[in-house]
Ligand binder design. Sequence first.
Ligand code: SF4
Length: 349
Amino acid sequence: MSLQPTTVPARFFETHKSGKIRCTLCPMHCLIGEGDDGACGTRRVTNGVLEAVNYGLVVSAGIDPIEKKPLYHFHPGSAVLSFGGIGCNMKCIHCQNASISTPRLTRMSDPLKGNELPWTPESVVQAGIDRKADGIAFTYNEPTIWFEWAYDVSKLAKEKGLYTVFVTNAYIEQEPLDEIGPYVDAYAADLKGWGEDFYMKFSKVPRWERILNAIDRARNVHNMHVEITTNVVPGWNDDDDSLKNIAEWIVKTIGPLTVWHVSRFIPHHELSHLEPTLPETLLKARQTGLDAGLKHVMIGNMHGMEGVENSSCPSCGSESIVRTGYYTKLTGLDGSKCSKCGAETGIVA
Ligand code: SF4
């Protein structure tokens, strides 16, 4: 593996009239002074230039079933080589990955200590080919803040015939999304709740409407396969209005064949004091999605709950995919169509 610098010039910034640097990669729009860093802890101003300090800095990697992203209707049963780095542009109070999302690379004297050497795009793609993976995923932490590296890796991966996946909070500005969009095949996006007030309190970020814009463009401009996940957190986003708003927006904007994953919350981080989501709340969320017109609403983190793990034809109801945990069996598909009635399923097989 050849050595790459972990620090590269960052993309997407402008000089503010104050002399500081405005980062325009994500809607946080950090205004950063000389020697300081942005909220995600991966971008720092040095000599008047914004640097990304996380190029190729991988802290976790492994082969996963694609279902684990979660993506249930994108090459079901395939294997994806998955990479995670450090930092996040949100500060969610329920974060399940706080050990890697909260440290700040910009404050570490030796970010490489204890980690592997930086991964080059070539070494990533070769690792995928060697391990017989079908694709590459940027996951575990937020890939938007890994933009420079994710862009180079995605472009090369597609040249070599691997698919690419972003597992993301979708908190990205339009220009960077449009730049990387042609090289991303699937967008496993969180829609954590509904409204500015929710996102300000729950994820501590402003301008939440940019999330809707990013998911919309991922699907409708860049033709990515999009699935949406909402972790249903008691007292935060499990009310009827929040669930209905999310479900209706997905139907209207992304389409009724979109998979909506409503997943069980496990007490964590600043919300360790809460109880896990009740099964009946998840069933209510699922019914809300179905009532809104969604054809595929899956309950996550509740393996074994009857009738929520398999996929069925949206037209005739016959089984398309059977899942047991992460074991997947295609049972009724002819390409993306139902093998029984010929209806379009929305599944990229
Ligand atoms: S990417 Fe990081 S530095 Fe840039 S605006 Fe977002 S949080 Fe701030």
